[in-house]
Structures are given as C-alpha cells and as structure tokens.
Design a protein around this ligand. Sequence first.
Ligand code: TYD
Ligand code: MG
Length: 458
Amino acid sequence: MAKTKSVYACTACGYESPRWVGRCPGCGAWNTLEESVTAVPEKGAAKLAANQRPGTGAAPLLLEEIPEDTALRTPTGISELDRVLGGGIVEGGLMLIGGDPGIGKSTLLLQVCANLAGQGKRILYISGEESARQIKLRARRLDIGVPGLYVLAENALDAVETRLRDLQPDVAVVDSIQTMYRPEMASAPGSVSQIRESTSLLMRICKETGTSMFVVGHVTKDGAIAGPRMLEHMVDVVLYFEGDRQQDYRLLRAVKNRFGSVNELGVFRMTGKGMQIVPNPSEELLSHRAKGASGSTVFCGLEGSRPLLCDVQALAAQSFLNSPRRTVNGADAGRIAMLLAVLEKRAGQRTYNQDVYINVAGGLELSEPAADLALCVAVASSLKDQPVGSEVAVMGEVGLTGEIRTVPQCDRRVAECARLGFTTLVVPRENARRLSNPPEGVRILGVDTLLQALSVLF
Ligand code: TYD
Ligand code: MG
C-alpha cells in the first residue's frame, strides 16, 4: 500500500500548503484551499522514475535552422470559430473552451467535429458527461451523419490516453476536463490536483502525437474556468463562450492564443439546429432599433479587430427618490456616473433629479472609453426628448473637462458605419483630420467638446 499525503491547493492560483488556512497565502483569496490526497512514491521508486525520465533528449537548435511549417493550420469550416482561433486549428494545439452550463460548448464542438470529419479527418469525441447514446441523439438533432467521427464515453484518463494513442486522431475533444480523473490520485474528479494532472497529461499527448485537442472547462460562479488559474497558462488557447441564456446570441472570445491574436470575437446564434454563425453581426444588432425614438444612439465599437455597431440606449425620467436611480446594463456604472457629472457640469444637461437607465442592446458589454460620447448623446437625447437622426453614428472618448478625445482605429469604425448606411458620423476632431480616405457620401463631423457634439446633433 503506497503512502499518501494530503496537501491543500488553492483553486484560484494553485498555491499548495501542507495544512488548511482560510486565506490563500499565494493570492490572498478567501476560502479557496481544497484538500487533495496524493500518493507518495517510495524512495527507490522516485529515483528510478527520475532516471527513466531523461527529457526529450533534444539538443538546442538555431532559430533559423528550425523548419517552418506554415501549412499546419486546419480551418474548421466554421468561419466565426476560425476567426477567433486566428485561422484554424494548429496541429498539436491544446485549446480550452470555457462557458456557463448550457451555453452551447458541447453543441459547437460536436459541429466542429462533424465539419472536420467531413473534410476526411479522423476525429475522437470523448465525453465524460454524456453517454454515447446521448451524443448520438444530439448528433441526430444537429443532422450530423458523417463517417470518421468516433465517440467515446469515458472519464478515466488512463483509458482515454490509451484510446488516443491507439486511434491517433487528428482532432480530439475532451468534454470536460473536470470530469476526467486518474484513479491513482486519491482526490475527487474536478479537484485542483486532478485537473492539473489531467491537463498536463493531455498536453503531453498533444505534443507527442500531433493531435489537436479541444478541452471543455466548466466555469465557477464568478465566470472563471474552474480549477487552478495555472490551467490557463498551460494550454495554448483559451476561449470563452458568453451570452445570455435568454437571448440566443453567443459570443466566443479568445482571451489567450499562442498562435494568433487575442480579443477576437466570433458571433453565433443558438438555433434548433445548433450553433449558426452570424456573418453580419452589426446588421443583426441594429435590426430591432426603433427609428425616430429619443434616447438611442448608434456606436461603433471594436472587438479585437472587428468593428461592431450597437444601439446604445438611455432613458431619463423624473425621479421621486432622494438619490435618483442609476441602472446600467452593458456598461460600467462608475463610468456612467462620471459621464453624467460631465454632462451636468460641462454641457448643462441636468440629471440630478432624473432616474437614468442605460442599456446596450443585444447583451453587449461596452468596455471601451470610445463609447463615452455615444452614452452621453443617448442620455441628452432622452433628456431633451429629441431623437438622434437615424443616419447618425457617434464615437469618442469624453474627458473630465468635456473634451472629446481620439478613438483608436477610427478608419475601421468609419468604414463599418458607412457599410451599414450611416451617412453622418460624429467623431473626435483629431480623428476626422487624420482619416485617410473617408468613404464617399459620408459626412464626417469632427468635434472638440461635448457641448459642440450636442449642438451639432440637436
Ligand atoms: P450544450 O451544448 O449542451 O451546452 P454546454 O455543453 O455548454 O453545457 O447546450 C445545451 C443547450 O442548447 C440546451 O439548453 C439545448 C440547447 N440546444 C439548442 O437550442 N439547439 C440544439 O440544436 C442543441 C443541440 C441544443
Ligand atoms: Mg456540455
């Protein structure tokens, strides 16, 4: 019987402590230490094991002598996913995909598998959550019937390893990392040490066999992938699936990508036939916009390299409360408080006796300061009860003195606005001056201050 020892590992940062403490000494988080029991190898065995692991035996190479393999990226055939991955799946890459339960991770991955199998690849879909029959049912629902797609319902990692090495698939899916376990580790599936061990084993298999792998990760209630933070450092790509369960849009975002740029956004819609790509999200996001209503402005945001138009809405209504209500959906509440103060002080828009509600339509989250001007204009439009023209789009950062500051990548935003038929664009003066080739038929109004912006619009 091998000896065991208990260690307490932090679920947030992976810090290990020999005894339980309430606050992690590593990251300062409260109540994140979890017990995990590991087998202690016997002394002789440890020495032997060390001798048997001499590394890969690789010698250092000169950078210029390393062969380049540029063709190793395989497009999945799902354009929105390829955009987020930076062109496709990289051979031997380990990709972690996180998101709330029911958001559509398994659905999307099964569709990806089917697409790749359709291209003649050998695919293995491993599920520790669903039985093979359940997967079959889902596949039937998605109208998937392709050869070359293997399904395995298994959660013992050693068995998974054997299958992976036998079958040598081009692409494999592991759904989910929290259900995989190694029986020789005494801690429960989903615990820090199990997840860490499982991930490093899968990583090793990927690098050794060249199999590319998608791994599903559950998220905790504050939205991070459950397990040690280190998990995200180990893998090559981390994708997050977001979106309201009520709304059928799903946003796929890369937060880490060793093979491409991050913050790229893919837009999907959950339908009765699985995930469908939304090829033209700006159009889609504006499709329900009420024309001629006050309190609505169009803003062109930037998600990674993708310009995205959205409807920024505000409602100001007389308040009967001592401290008027401010309710913000899709923007930062602190930023809104600042913008209301600037509106009041620098542009004479009184909101001290108004309840103000802010909403960004489509479930989008505006984090860029470039959205400031659009938010201010929406509030002013509601206060005055005057609609902003339906051909107008607005962008700019608002400073504390009411000055309008430049926004990054204005050309891209202007082009997207023009593409969707917006003919009057209010932009920071400096951006207007620098604009290389403004699209034809579009009036660009450069403004210096908030007051000026409001006076050209109303
Ligand atoms: P699922 O992919 O199982 O989510 P996850 O793996 O992220 O937990 O998605 C399940 C939800 O999606 C479920 O509520 C049913 C819904 N769904 C559809 O709307 N259409 C479909 O074609 C499928 C397969 C699922
Ligand atoms: Mg699932």
